[in-house]
Design a protein around this ligand. Sequence first.
Ligand code: BGC
Length: 249
Amino acid sequence: MQVLGLDIGGSGIKGAMIDVSSGEMLTPRKRIPTPEGAEPAAVADAVGQIVHHFAWSGPIGCGFPAVIKGGIVYTAANIAPSWVGTDAARLFGEAAGSSVLLLNDADAAGIAEMRLGAGRGRGGLVLMITIGTGLGTTLFMDGHLIPNTELGHIEIRGKDAESRAADSIRTHKSLSWSAWAKRFDEYLCRISSLLWPDLIILGGGGSRSYEKFASKLTAPVEVVPAKLRNEAGMVGAALAAAEAFPELL
Ligand code: BGC
């Protein structure tokens, strides 16, 4: 049982065929750089190219960096404002010629990490933070997803937390790991004092360098790196689509 998993990000659009019973990637991932401006028509075109690459006509799961309800995009923190109000599930479905389940990118990564990675078997309140172009968050209570949390946008020192502590800020401002870690730790301490999670999982591209900043984290909560790292978004999106479209498998 296969599903095409897609992950739409600020810098790249990635896809791979996923075995939805094991969560394994069945093919190498195909990546296309996100088109300049990331406008809906151009992104839909890139989605169509990836679907064509895999010659796939079955169900598709797609993570997208925004609040998503019923396939519709509600926010645009790191994407073109013209996305707001767009039925992106329909747009991508037309580009792909098949059924697309759309969900928030961090929620997609969280689903994979909870089923197959660092969150496996973990009850209580688990928060996963994806460190990338933005700060994505996903929350699970006893394994159940609470979708569309946007906790990367809490205010810290009068600013959107994401604009201080995302991985893109570290590279853009040429911050040392230690300088960035101080900012990120402040974020972790604040979020912990608001939510009191039992576990925080760090995912996204930034978590690949976990060893470079782990020793600087002081938040009084168990913090672990994601196990699936950057494939989690594609895998989780595929798993969610398999559940949404059982009749198409
Ligand atoms: C968006 C979230 C998204 C996160 C990671 C944030 O800017 O508001 O919806 O999950 O970036 O891409």
